[in-house]
Ligand binder design. Structure first.
Ligand code: SAM
Length: 216
């Protein structure tokens, strides 16, 4: 695909983008600004691309699926685990404005890249990037309306459940260190409801509640 409009038309025709709000976010946050210079020509392909440290910026259809499931409203407070390039954080801030996005990245080099990239976001002042182990969440700003995990976890990290608001939603890939199932998790007054949204392939979540290095 040659242009951002081509990519968005494709994502809409394949029903990955379903809502006008998510479509608007994709059209206003240019993926090209978040991919490394050497991959600029591939920015509008529906593929994951390397961003360094053996990590990737997710394929656009995967980002669209997660954003549609997250159903982000204006004013929400959001936590993302795995800042990577900063792309998804910017999309979420676009949807949540004037809400806030807190995003955690464990690799210092990616944390720095994401910090640089988000300067191009319309409301970068509402995005805070934290360097550290996101499997522990970020209790300083809890509770969150939405928690989005952009790496595959062995199970739902208990600190993330604790930091989710009542009636809040979490989107998280759960399974092995290569292949997982994407779950939509609702925290209700009666406990947790889990919905399996199908198979996905994310890089592994590391850290205290993630996979050890032996798995990858
Ligand atoms: N959301 C990112 C974007 O828009 O570019 C893509 C994220 S990439 C698929 C997954 C990221 O999760 C990687 O950057 C990886 O370093 C990070 N990650 C893995 N385990 C983590 C942890 N325990 N805490 C924080 N980040 C972690």
């Amino acid at each position: 695909m040659k242009s951002l409009e081509d990519l968005v038309n494709y994502l809409q025709s394949e029903k990955y983008i379903k809502s006008e709000r998510v479509k608007s976010a994709f059209l206003n946050i240019d993926r090209k600004k978040f991919v490394p210079y050497v991959y600029k020509d591939e920015a509008y392909f529906d593929e994951p691309l390397p961003i360094g440290e053996n990590q990737t910026i997710s394929a656009p259809h995967m980002v669209a699926i997660m954003l549609e499931l997250a159903n982000i409203d204006r004013g929400m407070k959001i936590l993302e685990i795995g800042s990577g390039s900063g792309y998804n954080a910017c999309l979420m801030e676009y949807l949540a404005y004037p809400g806030k996005v807190f995003t955690i990245e464990r690799h210092r080099s990616l944390y720095l890249i994401a910090r640089g990239n988000i300067k191009s976001c319309p409301h970068s002042e509402n995005i805070q990037i934290i360097e550290g182990d996101g499997s522990l969440g970020y209790s300083d700003e809890a509770p969150y309306d939405r928690i989005i995990v952009t790496c595959g976890a062995p199970d739902v990290p208990s600190p993330l459940l604790d930091q989710l608001k009542l009636n809040g939603l979490m989107i998280i890939p759960i399974g092995g260190s290569y292949i997982q199932e994407l779950y939509l998790i609702k925290k209700t007054g009666n406990g947790i409801e889990k919905f399996d949204e199908g198979p996905v392939a994310f890089v592994p979540l590391r850290g205290k509640y993630g996979f050890s290095k032996d798995f990858y």
